[in-house]
Design a protein around this ligand. Structure first.
Ligand SMILES: O=C[C@H](O)[C@@H](O)[C@H](O)CC(=O)O
Length: 271
């Protein structure tokens, strides 16, 4: 199995708290992006002290309360399944703070981390604050919820978006990359994908590859899997009959999303 593909761990870490995924700089090649997906049973709590990392807490499904021990946001979350295709609520918590998540209902919560040493205010990113984008044409259409885009100055290095791609369409396509710290041409952002499929027995194909093909992995990605994108182009193809969801976390030395399209395939944009 590709080292870039992660299947759910589903490790119970305390009563009512299951660690579904845990991507760290120790167990991956990523230096900027860290990620946890946790499942919380009703009433379960998860507390974390942040060091020099910031965190975007995404109420992926279900309802949660979030506090940084100074301010508390209650009843966050807008959906029982991501395939309701509505934006959800998130909370930004900066470095050197402690946060606690309390499950109001059964909940799946994404914890998206990146480096931070300039403490910023804790901020509710409500569903209504998500910019919704409809990108692409033909069989390249997808819908994007911008949870924490680079246009939002609330974070130091973190970028968080979620993407819905319908049956028979492609996303992150034409293939693009952001693996060179070469602004204004291209930014360097590591990336993680947390994938879900509807119906859940579905799969997508995701390729991660570099210009010199020193990295060239094509993966069958199933419901609940993650894909780690340290470098390279990273297109996703969705078979007929299924809808794809993925949550992206990106971070790098500069908080700008400036991608570079694969020249072999950029002609597709010219229609
Ligand atoms: O670089 C960002 C990720 O590849 C996705 O968020 C991608 O941009 C989604 C899309 O535009 O299809």
């Amino acid at each position: 199995m590709s080292k870039l593909l992660r299947k759910p761990e589903n490790a119970e870490i305390k009563d009512g708290v299951t660690l579904v995924h845990n991507v760290t700089s120790e167990n991956s090649s990523l230096e900027y992006v860290n990620f946890k997906m946790i499942d919380l049973a009703p009433g379960a709590t998860y507390l974390e002290e942040l060091g020099k990392q910031e965190c975007c807490i995404v109420a992926v499904t279900g309802k949660i309360n979030v506090t940084d021990q100074e301010v508390t946001f209650e009843n966050l979350g807008t959906r029982e399944t991501v395939f309701e295709k509505v934006p959800t609520d998130s909370v930004y918590v900066s470095n050197d703070r402690t946060f606690e998540v309390v499950a109001v209902s059964q909940a799946r919560v994404a914890l998206c981390y990146s480096p931070s040493d300039k403490q910023l205010p804790t901020k509710l990113i409500s569903a209504a604050d998500n910019g919704v984008e409809h990108r692409g044409t033909g069989n390249n259409k997808r819908m994007v919820h911008n949870i924490l885009p680079d246009s939002d100055p609330s974070a130091n290095s973190l970028l968080v978006v979620e993407v819905f791609t319908e049956s028979g369409n492609w996303s992150s396509y034409p293939p693009h990359k952001h693996d060179q710290d070469n602004l204004p041409e291209e930014s360097f952002l590591e990336e993680t994908y947390y994938h879900e499929m509807n119906p859940s027995q579905g799969f997508v194909f995701q390729r991660v590859y570099t210009d010199d093909r020193s990295l060239d992995e094509t993966m069958t990605v199933e419901n609940g899997n993650m894909v780690i994108v340290p470098v390279g182009y990273h297109p996703v193809g969705v078979p007929e009959g299924y809808t794809s969801y993925y949550l992206n976390v990106m971070a790098g030395p500069t908080r700008i999303w400036k991608f570079y399209n694969d020249p072999d395939h950029e002609w597709i944009l010219k229609g």
